[in-house]
Design a protein. Sequence first.
Length: 217
Amino acid sequence: MPLTCQSLIQAYPQAWQDATIHPFLAACKSGSIQPQQFNTWLVQDYLFVNEFTRLVAGVLTVAPAHHFDVLLSGMAALKDELEWFRAKAAERNLNLSSPAQPTCVEYWRFMNGLAASQYAVQATALWAIELAYNQGWQLPGSMPAPYAEFADRWGNSGFTEYVRQLEQQANEGLARSPDDLQLQVHARDAFLAVARLEQGFWQMAFNSTNSTDSSLE
Ligand code: HMH
């Protein structure tokens, strides 16, 4: 039996719930998120997405050619997303040259390390990273301004469809070696690492107070 993306979520529901349901997102929904918390997330996520762009580029180098369309559409969307982050940061007078916090650096390292993995492992991680935001921003339901715009970026139907395509491609990659147990373990570990890092990323921003974050201003 080949491993599938859905079977990973079913096997580790708690890890996935921790990755996608967090007090940070609940506080955006209720409007009680503090500016330092939100701005820390925004700056650190910009730094994350820069490195994530390299991950997608790396996946492209090992993907079969018939998977290029989906990956290239993701790359094009990232160009727009990085511009959008810079505009949002400018509106809030945030310094995007701030240092990455340890949790962000840990996520970078994980993503850089994936380059040595087989395509199916990389495709599984890419799917999990995008699904975490797709579900995380969608699950709370409609958010008040200014957070609605953020929720829509990752919760919109086009992005949801993109994540579904990533899932199909990851499943296809996994299905190519149904008897390779080492590959399955590796893909599972990547999925669990993404879940843990996603939870940590929300927690990092949620914990941020004026005294813990020197990067704002
Ligand atoms: C931490 N995970 C994190 N940031 C993002 N922007 C995404 C996933 C989705 O691209």
